[in-house]
Design a protein around this ligand. Structure first.
Ligand code: ASN
Length: 494
């Protein structure tokens, strides 16, 4: 029999339901992989093997009693450490929240437990989800299970959901939650040969998710194939009165309607995504993706998204602006770290707490955000960026009059080495060039693994859909997945 830890969400759930193995056996197998990989990969901030076993026992008992099982029954998952989990440390990979143990459960995680999933632990990430490489984590960066052929240089698993992507690729979890503000699900998925979907803004509740940039933050699912991502997203999504931006819409039966047949569909190729200096292999995989879309029956047409070149700049104004406001709550008074130097007054406490509790990248964004919102610069930066955001949304709306989905590379390169961009924030931000436009427009988008580059590293293709058309995105993803036949996995060195 195949190793249990090579199985995905659907296979585990169906195997447990059919009695091929127990949920406890599954949880034990993944718990063992988590423990064995921790010192090498650092994918988890806290492992919770007992939680995984507890949930598995409940599923096994329900099965024995002949009760109906949920859509994630018996599936142990990793939880990005940005989701509040009752009684379990929730850090956002920061010193500020190192000792924060919530008294409540985020809506998304609660829904997953209700669907029968169990928690393997809290996954590492970039601090407050700010970053593209995982190097801003207070708990040390995650190390990708992937390595370049013939090299043991350590690579990034992407970010900010890098613990999630690394854990899935290394078989420490069959699936994991992610959050995506400007690419944090899609880019790590692309770097690790995994699948990740960010749904339409408002599909998943943000209640109980540590806030970064509230008008952009969106939870989503990450797994090893499109079907598994779809199953998990269905369990996570849905209206939540506790989140004022949550969409009051029923969750469609995406998984039951999955189809990789693109006959009658139009796939758009945005001209402006052909940027100078992109590695030839990224271009080549994009061409390959176009051929696969045609093979699946789609008509492929070129479209224009004329304001694309302003997206990155607008994102790195809007996201820090919102972050500077959201992170004002960490003042040492209410919760989180408090640094109260001897004889200090209130202002000194604020300053000392924030100096000690935030890492450099978080401070950089608070500074940028505060600057672009300040009286003299608000119109020049923040208002301009909001106008650009509207233009970008209009570009997409126009393109979607012509086509059903868009196909692009997910990232401008394969995974880079740790340390390579860490002192150069601008080149780090450039990683997000293909992912931020869909974020600014609140559109559903996913990354699907498409192949390996010459160094043996995964490359991903991005599919962007109309608002609320997760189905169209998933179907196009399935069509690409079926043709890419991506089965590569990292060679085990940890
Ligand atoms: N959170 C994200 O979506 C990651 C993005 N690279 C950022 O730093 O904002």
């Amino acid at each position: 029999m195949t190793n249990i830890t090579d199985l995905g969400v659907a296979a585990i759930r169906d195997g447990v339901a059919a009695g091929q193995f127990s949920a406890v056996e599954v949880a034990e197998a993944f718990n063992a992989n988590v423990a064995a990989a921790q010192s090498a990969l650092n994918a988890f901030i806290v492992a919770t093997p007992e939680k995984a076993i507890e949930a598995a026992k409940a599923v096994d008992a329900a099965r024995s009693a002949g009760q109906a099982l949920g859509p994630m029954a018996g599936v142990p998952i990793g939880m990005k450490d940005l989701f509040a989990t009752e009684g379990v440390q929730t850090t956002a990979a920061s010193r500020m929240l190192e000792c924060f143990v919530p008294h409540y459960e985020s809506t998304v995680s609660r829904k997953l437990w209700e669907a029968g999933a169990g928690m393997l632990g809290k996954l590492n990430l970039d601090q407050f989800a700010m970053g593209s490489s995982n190097e801003s984590s207070y708990f040390g960066n995650v190390i990708s299970p992937w390595q370049r052929r013939g090299s043991n240089a350590q690579l990034t698993p992407g970010g900010s959901s890098g613990g999630s992507s690394a854990a899935i690729a290394a078989r420490l979890a069959p699936a994991a939650t992610g959050t995506d503000t400007g690419g944090s699900i899609r880019q790590p998925a692309a770097y690790t040969g995994t699948v990740g979907i960010k749904p339409t803004y408002g599909r998943c509740s943000r209640w109980g998710v540590v806030a970064y940039a509230s008008s952009l933050d969106q939870a989503g699912s990450m797994a090893r194939d499109v079907t598994d991502c779809s199953i998990m997203l269905e369990a996570m999504a849905g209206f939540d009165p506790k989140d004022s931006t949550s969409l009051d819409l029923a969750v469609p039966a995406w998984t039951a309607s999955l189809s990789g047949d693109l006959k009658g569909k139009k796939v758009g190729i945005p001209r402006e995504y052909r940027v100078d200096g992109m590695p030839a292999e990224v271009d080549a995989i994009w061409e390959q993706g176009i051929a696969w879309a045609k093979d699946a029956g789609a008509e492929v047409v070129e479209v224009s998204l004329p304001h694309t070149k302003y997206a990155l700049a607008a994102y790195y104004i809007i996201a820090p602006a919102e972050a500077s406001s959201n992170l004002a709550r960490y003042d040492g008074v209410r919760y989180g770290l408090r640094d109260l130097p001897d004889g200090a007054g209130l202002q000194d406490m604020y300053a000392a707490t924030r100096a000690a509790g935030f890492g450099d990248e978080v401070k950089r964004r608070i500074l940028i955000g505060t600057y672009v919102l300040s009286a003299g610069f608000y119109d020049a930066y923040y208002t301009q960026a909001q106008k650009v955001r509207t233009l970008i949304s209009q570009d997409f709306a126009k393109a979607f009059e012509q086509v059903d989905v868009l196909l692009t590379p997910t990232a401008p390169s394969a995974a880079f080495a740790l340390g390579e961009n860490v002192d150069d924030p601008l080149s780090m931000y450039l990683n997000d060039v293909f992912t931020v436009p869909a974020s600014l427009a609140g559109l559903p988008a996913m990354s699907v693994p498409a192949g390996l580059d010459a160094q043996g590293l995964p490359l991903g293709l991005q599919i962007i859909g109309r608002p609320l058309d997760e189905q169209g995105v998933l179907n196009a993803g399935l069509a690409i997945e079926a043709r890419a036949g991506f089965t590569a996995k990292p060679e085990k060195w940890w």
